[in-house]
Ligand binder design. Structure first.
Ligand code: AMP
Ligand code: MG
Length: 337
């Protein structure tokens, strides 16, 4: 199949919407990362998404809507807290897991009786949802296991020949996937995947915000994942990633004694002065780190990196999302010095 590169002009967005209506899949920019969009109510289209990504069938897709009020059409019940959260965070990078109804096929929800609902703020994604008139299932548009795409070029590299089209909407604003939450009680939510809607922001709306154990810890054998994506090795480039926690001088000492062919460091912008080994940087604060992380992981592969020692980010605020992606990219290999 020829994968067409579309622009964000109204004519091209109409083409993208028509492709989705006819059961094809399209790479679409969102404010988090690029998504692989398909009609969430069309089983055949959703099957193509799993196939193009090589995604395990039990890893559910998030369903994207133009407005939160449409959630009533696809869910069995919406708690009052969900409406309060929607008022504050929709449109935006927040996904709420809600009980689904039969308009969402089981293949879309990975066999679960719940569905993740999100209202994206990116004007291109928003317009394609409107023009297609469909709920759009869209996982990140990467090959399963590889870092998520934050540009149309990343999507092309992973999906050329496998999908109908990619819409180029520039580089993704946030750079990490949405915050996924479940609603635990009248005033309580659980974060299943951290993102740019942070624990602190959620705590402004509800009194209890639980951080799921699987966000920072490896699941034990046989343990059930509240968020199926957490089971899998994820976000990983070909290079072997190792997180290193400690002060800059200790980090430099550590890399020095492990240096060799294909070894790179991924450090903060503020570390670069006189840094003695081969390195790339990924920003100076959590928001920049989120924005740059996946791009850097891909660039490290392009540069031929075999082993990458990463200065661990602070797991506060948006940093929790960055830390969570990195610890998975590293297969939980964290060295504390
Ligand atoms: P991605 O599509 O790559 O952004 O990944 C979406 C992730 O959201 C999945 O891997 C799950 O971890 C989570 N998710 C989506 N739907 C649900 C659901 N119904 N219940 C729990 N987690 C979900
Ligand atoms: Mg993904």
């Amino acid at each position: 199949m020829d994968t067409v590169l579309l622009s964000d002009s109204e004519t091209d967005l109409l083409k993208a919407a028509e492709l989705i209506k006819s059961g094809e899949i399209v790479g679409i920019p969102t404010e988090t990362v690029y998504g692989l969009g398909a009609d969430a109510s069309n089983e055949e289209a959703v099957r193509k998404v799993f196939e193009a990504k090589g995604r395990p069938a039990d890893n559910p897709l998030i369903v994207h809507l133009a407005d939160f009020s449409q959630a009533e059409e696809f869910t069995a019940a919406i708690p009052a807290l969900a409406y309060r959260l929607a008022e504050r965070f929709c449109p935006g990078p927040l996904t709420m897991v809600l009980p689904k109804n039969d308009k969402i096929p089981m293949i879309t929800s990975g066999g679960l009786d719940t569905v993740g609902i999100r209202v994206p703020s990116h004007p291109v994604m928003h317009r394609i949802i409107q023009l297609s008139g469909r709920p759009i299932a869209a996982p990140s548009a990467n090959t399963s296991g590889y870092p998520s795409p934050t540009s149309a070029d990343h999507v092309m590299r992973d999906m050329d020949g496998k999908i109908a089209a990619v819409v180029d909407g520039g580089s993704s604003e946030f750079g990490v996937e949405s915050t996924v939450i479940s609603i635990e009680g009248d005033n309580s939510v659980r974060i299943l995947r951290p993102g740019c809607v942070t624990r602190e922001m959620l705590a402004e709306i509800c009194s209890e915000v639980v951080i799921d154990h699987a966000i920072l810890h490896e699941l034990e054998a046989g343990q059930k994942a509240a968020s199926p994506g957490m089971k899998y090795k994820h976000y990983s480039p070909r290079a072997d990633i190792v997180m290193v926690e400690g002060k800059l001088e200790d980090f430099i000492g550590f890399v020095g004694s492990h240096n060799g062919d294909g070894v790179y460091s991924l450090i903060f912008d503020t570390d670069r002065e006189n840094y003695p080994y081969r390195y790339m940087t990924y920003g100076k604060d959590s928001s920049q780190q989120a924005h740059q992380l996946f791009q850097r992981l891909r660039e490290l592969d392009d540069a031929g990196a075999k082993k990458v020692y990463v200065r661990a980010p602070s797991p506060e605020g948006v940093g929790l999302a960055v830390y969570n992606r990195l610890i998975r990219a590293a297969g939980f290999e964290v060295i504390r010095i």
